[in-house]
Design a protein around this ligand. Structure first.
Ligand code: FAD
Length: 386
């Protein structure tokens, strides 16, 4: 008799990767992948970049064609919501009324947009959101974006590239304030201004006036989807609490990706990370554990954002830095910012300098020390050190 196997709630980056990695690692029991969106699993990064700009066909968003799932014996349930977890009997309840047994449950429920208490605002999280915005962009002239974080700024760049007049309103005194240093914030403010984006800092969007901007989009962060775990009696606090193996308090239930608050050695504590790298590497880690190779999750965090012709790549976590060193010249549009605490390298943000980013990934992963002087000295070859 076949075992109930693995059930995965959520068909985003993390859920898809967990299913694919389980098969790659030789797992032979059933895999059921359940997602409430109507599409086969797809990637989100292009939704605020090439896809919304009309430069990428929807087919390129899908991780794999539909046939992949049947070929790999992955039961994909689209448009189906997991509504409850019966931990004692190890079953998940579905909105359609049925229930499915599991040996192991992976919660990969991701996050949902934080909303403004203002009506008439669009948000961007899903393929359907991006498709709707893409269509609106064909007809509108003015775009107002609430939130000067990654997603807001990426859309601003796309909208400007389509010839729209664009205003970005950020409540904090600088752009991308939660994650980058003022050097990077200033660079991006100038970048957007030089392309004709109006950037308003220190101001919040409170209402949409009688002559509204044609299109208002808010990108003001997300909230983790932890309710399923919480209602099943599992601990949640800004996400589903997991240990270093990404297991919840229930040894048969894991949580990965945007929804998982995990102990991270680079953060020096518990953190929830919203990135492709985090979703993929946590999925691989859990798939390995289920397939018999258990090891703690210790991967180096990294992230990227594309705005106009500039790629920002970030590695490590810069929170708590006490010193920054700039390598290269900000005026040249190619530079990196190194973040240190007590002389120890925490993170590197690289603007159009992929070599620094790749070397940084190795330095941080292998705990290779780098001094502030070495970071500043362009004659020091980071690749050789790493
Ligand atoms: P999600 O992708 O959110 O997937 C979770 C899925 O679970 C969703 O489909 C959700 O609807 C579903 N779900 C939730 N609850 C249930 C339930 N009860 N039953 C069934 N299904 C459920 N990261 C980068 O590193 N670089 C980038 O450039 C970048 N750009 C981005 C651009 C955009 C527009 C967005 C939205 C994100 C971007 N990200 C980027 C972040 C990255 O895409 C996310 O971190 C990643 O998708 C997280 O994957 P996940 O599987 O944890 O969650």
């Amino acid at each position: 008799m076949t075992r109930p196997g693995v059930v995965i709630a959520g068909t985003g980056q993390a859920g898809f990767q967990a299913a694919a990695s389980l098969r790659q690692q030789g797992y032979v029991e059933s895999i059921t992948l359940i997602g409430d969106e109507p599409h086969i699993p797809y990637q989100r990064p292009p939704l605020s970049k090439e896809f919304v700009a009309g430069k990428q066909d929807v087919r390129h968003l899908f991780f794999r064609p539909e046939s992949f799932y049947s070929t790999n014996r992955i039961d994909l349930l689209k448009g189906e919501t997991v509504t409850g977890i019966e931990r004692a009997s190890r079953r998940v309840r579905l909105a359609s009324g049925s229930s499915i047994p599991y040996d192991t449950l992976i919660l990969a429920t991701g996050a949902r947009v934080r909303e403004l208490p203002v009506s008439g605002v669009c948000y961007l999280r899903t393929l359907d959101d991006s498709t709707a915005i893409k269509h609106r962009l064909q007809t509108v002239e003015h775009v107002v974006i609430a939130g000067g974080g990654f997603i807001g700024l990426e859309i601003a760049a796309v909208a400007r590239g389509l010839g729209k007049s664009v205003t970005v309103v950020e409540v904090q005194p600088r752009l991308m304030p939660r994650v980058v240093s003022p050097i990077i914030s200033d660079f991006y403010r100038n970048l957007h201004a030089s392309h004709g984006v109006e950037v308003v800092l220190g101001a919040g969007l409170t209402e949409i006036g009688p002559r509204p901007a044609d299109l208002v989009i808010a990108g003001i962060g997300v909230l983790p989807n932890g309710e399923l775990a919480r209602d099943a009696g599992l601990a949640t606090r800004d996400g589903i609490l997991v240990d270093e193996y990404l297991r919840t308090e229930d040894e048969n239930i894991y949580a990965i990706g945007d929804c998982a608050a995990h102990p991270n050695p680079f953060a020096g504590g518990r953190i929830r990370i919203e990135s492709v790298q985090n979703a993929v590497d946590q999925a691989v880690c859990v798939a390995s554990a289920i397939a018999g190779q258990r090891k703690p999750y210790h991967d180096v965090p990294w992230f990227w954002t594309d705005q106009f012709d500039i790629k920002l790549q970030m590695v490590g976590l810069s929170g708590g830095y006490d010193r920054v060193i700039t390598r290269g010249n900000t005026g040249s549009g190619k530079f990196s910012v190194f973040y240190f605490r007590a002389g120890r390298l925490l993170a590197i943000d690289s603007v159009n300098r992929p070599g620094d980013h790749m070397a940084g990934r190795k330095l941080l992963a292998n705990r290779i020390p780098l001094t502030p002087d070495q970071a500043a000295d362009e004659s020091v070859d980071l690749k050789k050190l790493s």
